[in-house]
Write a protein that binds this ligand. Structure first.
Ligand SMILES: Nc1ncnc2c1ncn2[C@@H]1O[C@H](COP(=O)(O)OP(=O)(O)O)[C@@H](O)[C@H]1O
Ligand SMILES: C[C@@](O)(CCOP(=O)(O)O)CC(=O)O
Ligand SMILES: [Mg+2]
Length: 387
């Protein structure tokens, strides 16, 4: 029996969500809220004892799913991907997987989990075949709120599955949390992107990339550049608690873009400039109060401009607008983060903002029924542990 644990962070997008799917630059950072996966790979059973099963436990939801290895083989067949070469899930395979997920009778109220469970089955069977084993998942992140729970689920799951596969030659005697090598992380990221496709439809890859590598990144067309903030950046995250689905929102923006190609191309270009400018400002050092304030004023203005363009793409929401109005009363700038349509909003908390004002704005947001989250920005990516 072999066992491994993996954890991978969620993220905030500081600029460029949606537009990044259409080729614009975006800026994102890891946050210290993670998805945690533990994976136990069991030895094969003697033939007289059957063939065992693949199990998924979603502890936070109190749900356990199980498929016998023979059922998986019957439906999905013998043909396997090589775990060291990520491949996309074909439309035919996704239908077969959806049927296997349906057999599990997910409660109607949690039907939104189906895409995550399909993603699990695809990644598990692609990397581990039908070997019997159990995966247990817990998450610090609110699911479906714009903080990249889908990508952190994919990255932590792939990290654990690959750690016990032939594709990696890791030292399993390590008992401390450790990071994969750069090449190994790249393999994780490519598989996680294939998983994210099952959940998002057409992902840009920014969420799985920042979850895998951590820190803060500038991202465009699959290319990442690591960036470092020249001064501390404090963000308040407000969860409107309005549920939404990234796949539908991404599809909605694409439909708008096909109805108004020239206008939307200009919107995406404007976002590209905003993200590049934001990235440069974030990286510029600022030490004294005057330069810190000037830097933060520019960041605030760019956040507001980005928010205006997100409204233009049709992904804001009445609850998001309420957060914007509330924070503006305190002269604070905000923008939605992630796919929008509800979910989370970011507010810059300037360095010189008195803590009494921050407390007041948080209390007012709380009183509207929203939930304010405190998260460290720009921290660690995927980590693995064998103890
Ligand atoms: N811990 C988890 N367990 C199972 N599925 C998950 C988990 N985290 C995310 N998912 C899947 O990802 C979906 C949410 O992803 P998405 O709509 O992209 O929002 P976000 O990535 O902003 O949280 C969920 O509906 C579920 O299918
Ligand atoms: C809207 C988008 O830019 C980010 C979606 O983030 P989230 O799933 O809402 O956390 C989509 C993507 O880049 O894949
Ligand atoms: Mg997502």
């Amino acid at each position: 029996m072999a066992e491994v644990r993996a954890r991978a962070p969620g993220k905030i997008i500081l600029s460029g969500e949606h537009a990044v799917v259409h080729g614009s630059t975006a800026v994102a950072a890891a946050i210290d809220l993670c998805t945690h996966v533990s994976f136990r790979l069991d030895p094969p059973l003697p033939p007289e004892n059957g063939d065992g099963s693949v199990e998924l436990e979603l502890t936070d939801m109190g749900l356990v799913f199980s498929w016998s290895s023979s059922r998986l083989k019957e439906v999905l067949g013998d043909g396997f991907a090589d775990s060291s070469t990520p491949v996309s899930c074909s439309p035919g395979r996704i239908k077969l997987i959806a049927a296997l997920v349906e057999e599990q009778n997910i409660p109607e109220a949690k039907i939104w989990l189906s895409s995550g469970v399909s993603c699990f089955l695809y990644l598990y069977t692609s990397i581990q075949g039908y070997k019997r084993g159990k995966v247990v998942v817990t998450s610090d992140l609110p699911l479906g709120s714009g903080l990249g729970s889908s990508a952190s689920f994919c990255v932590s799951l792939v990290g654990a599955l690959l750690a016990l596969s032939d594709a990696m030659s890791v030292d399993t005697s390590q008992t401390e949390w450790f990071k994969f090598s750069k090449n190994e992380l790249e393999l994780v990221n490519r598989w996680a992107f294939e998983g994210e496709k099952i959940i998002h439809g057409k992902p840009s890859g920014i969420d799985n990339t920042v979850s895998t590598f951590g820190g803060m990144i500038q991202f465009r067309l699959g290319e990442l550049t690591h960036i470092k903030s020249g001064a501390p950046l404090r963000m308040l995250i407000t969860n409107t608690k309005v549920g939404r689905n990234t796949k539908a929102l991404v599809a909605g923006v694409s439909e708008r873009a096909s109805r108004h190609p020239d206008a939307m191309a200009s919107v995406f270009t404007a976002v590209d400039f905003i993200s590049k400018e934001l990235s440069a400002i974030i990286q510029a050092p600022a030490q004294d109060d005057i330069s810190i304030t000037a830097r933060e004023e520019k960041i605030e203005e760019l956040m507001e401009m980005n928010q205006g363009l997100l409204q233009c793409m049709g992904v804001s929401h009445a609850a998001i607008e309420t957060v914007l109005r509330t924070t503006l009363k305190y002269k604070l700038a905000s923008k939605l983060t992630g796919a929008g349509g509800g979910g989370c909003v970011l507010t810059l908390l300037p360095t010189l903002l008195p803590s009494t004002v921050a407390d007041k704005v948080i209390a007012e947001l709380d009183s509207c029924g929203f939930q304010c989250l405190k998260a460290e920005v720009g921290g660690r990516g995927l980590e693995i542990c064998f103890s």
